[in-house]
Write a protein that binds this ligand. Structure first.
Ligand SMILES: Cc1cc2nc3c(=O)[nH]c(=O)nc-3n(C[C@H](O)[C@H](O)[C@H](O)COP(=O)(O)OP(=O)(O)OC[C@H]3O[C@@H](n4cnc5c(N)ncnc54)[C@H](O)[C@@H]3O)c2cc1C
Length: 434
């Protein structure tokens, strides 16, 4: 594996891949990921990706995003995301992404919680897999992009607040990788929670490493719990029951079979209502009734959800299924500006690991794939068009802490938890004073 690159991208989900594809082909790009290339949350996205449906929808889309985010969103980031959405969708279609269309070949749109109208494109209930696998296919065709799975970033190499490279572990070997620009696209933090819809390997490594090197983080206590995941007593990732099921008519019932809530409330408020209902009923789950959607629509729009529930022994066409809230998404992250730049020179971030503050305190459904792609493109543009100042070589020294990487990663997680708690206290204090 070569040691020096033009651009180094850590993470092979939608954000990392799209960033790589937006870089010029004369740039040598190295992409690494922690496990198998397909083990990223981008593959798991079910519901879809939002887009602006013409100028008429701008204000409502903007308002929906801000309302869901409790008006803590950065309006400039929200504007950028919405305005860029058509470019991104066109680009995805050019890359071969097959969004659902009607008989006349027009794009179909679905609606999810807290969206005031249908503006979400989808591919069955596997939109993330459709998008990410197409991006991966394109990236593999590019001669300038090399992808290295099972290669874990364990540290950042920096001097005087300028990024030079990273330290990685691959096949028990530890070595440095250097680059002019480094992009962190390491996804969320679900792996540090007991119940999460995320891959267990997504443990906020980039955040901990940034924390270590004094790169600014933002709102890292803003963590979204998804209201409806399939209840299970087994260990491991929780299976998500997409918000669009509720958008299409699924009903939430308490353990006595009674409807108790408006299913289209924003995620955080709905989660609170479900938790309250579980407390009242002394139960560890509630039920989601998919039967109002109808068997035909369920089979065509949600085939994978249906078959997964059937595998777990539930007949979704005739009976409600048990559901419970679980950690799902991370609104905070490594602070970035509108060009994906972090507070450290030559260090960029995009996707769920970053915080552009599009989402504020709570993400509007189906805004995250879009946000990931928009800021991945912005980072690639900044890398392409800004004047690069050459830097001298930085000697690599093997540190004591690299000897035991399991311990190192556990220490990182402990530090991240402490920092999350610190942010929580700051927000609580600010809310009391406000
Ligand atoms: C079940 C589920 C359903 C979802 N549904 C939707 C939806 O319908 N619409 C929507 O908009 N969003 C949805 N989301 C959210 C969305 O999928 C994610 O926010 C988005 O895909 C994040 O993309 P990403 O590229 O930032 O991260 P990911 O796709 O998670 O990729 C992270 C990458 O970083 C790598 N990595 C992490 N740490 C290291 C390290 N130390 N060294 C090397 N590599 C590392 C990983 O191996 C991986 O390749 C859903 C999420 C889940 C979990």
């Amino acid at each position: 594996m070569k040691e020096n690159w033009d651009v180094l991208i850590v993470g092979c989900g939608a954000a990392g891949l799209y960033c790589a594809l937006n870089l010029p082909e004369n740039q040598n790009v190295c992409m690494i990921c922690k496990e198998d290339i397909e083990h990223s949350d981008s593959y798991l996205a079910q519901g879809g990706i939002s887009m602006l449906r013409g100028e008429d929808d701008y204000q409502e889309y903007f308002n929906d995003t801000l309302r869901a985010g409790h008006y803590e969103n950065d309006p400039k980031s929200v504007d950028l995301m919405i305005r860029y959405s058509n470019t991104i969708i066109n680009d995805l279609i050019k890359h071969g992404v097959d969004f659902e269309k009607d008989q006349d070949g027009r794009l179909c749109f679905t609606k999810e919680g807290a969206h005031s109208k249908p503006r979400i494109l989808y591919h069955e209930d596997e939109t993330g897999k459709e998008i990410t696998s197409r991006l991966l296919l394109e990236a593999k065709k590019r001669k300038n992009i090399r992808i290295y799975p099972y290669c874990m970033m364990i540290d950042l190499l920096e001097k005087d607040n300028r990024a030079y490279g990273i330290v990685v572990q691959k096949d028990q070997t530890i070595f440095p990788l250097f680059a002019n620009s480094i992009v962190l696209a390491c996804g969320g933090i679900g792996g540090i929670f007991k119940n999460s819809t995320n891959y267990e390997s997504l443990q906020g490594d980039a955040l901990s490493i940034c924390l270590h090197h004094h790169v600014e983080l933002e709102n890292i206590d803003y963590i979204q719990i998804h209201p409806t995941t399939l209840y299970s007593t087994k260990k491991g990732r929780r299976f998500l029951l997409s918000e669009s099921l509720r958008g299409e008519g699924a009903r939430l019932l308490n353990i006595h079979g009674k409807r108790f809530v408006n299913e289209l409330l924003p995620r955080d408020l709905l989660t609170d209502k479900i938790n309250e209902q579980m407390r009242i009923d002394h139960s560890d789950h509630v039920f989601l009734d998919l039967t109002p959607i109808g068997e035909t629509a369920l089979k065509t729009h949600f085939p994978h959800i249906c078959s997964r529930c059937q595998e777990e022994g539930y007949d979704v066409f005739h009976e409600p299924i048990p559901v419970v809230p679980a950690q799902h998404y991370f609104m905070g992250g490594i602070k970035i500006d509108l060009s994906g730049k972090t507070s450290m020179k030559d260090l960029y971030a995009c996707g769920e690991t970053s915080c552009s503050n599009v989402h504020g305190r709570n993400r509007l459904a189906s805004n995250s794939l879009l946000e990931s792609l928009v800021f991945a493109k912005k980072a690639a543009e900044d890398i392409t068009f800004s004047q690069y100042e050459p830097k001298a070589l930085l000697p690599f020294t093997m540190k004591e802490m690299y000897q035991d990487t399991s311990k190192l990663m556990q220490d990182y997680q402990d530090e991240l938890w402490s920092e999350i708690e610190r942010w929580k206290l700051i927000h609580e204090r600010n809310n009391i004073e406000a």
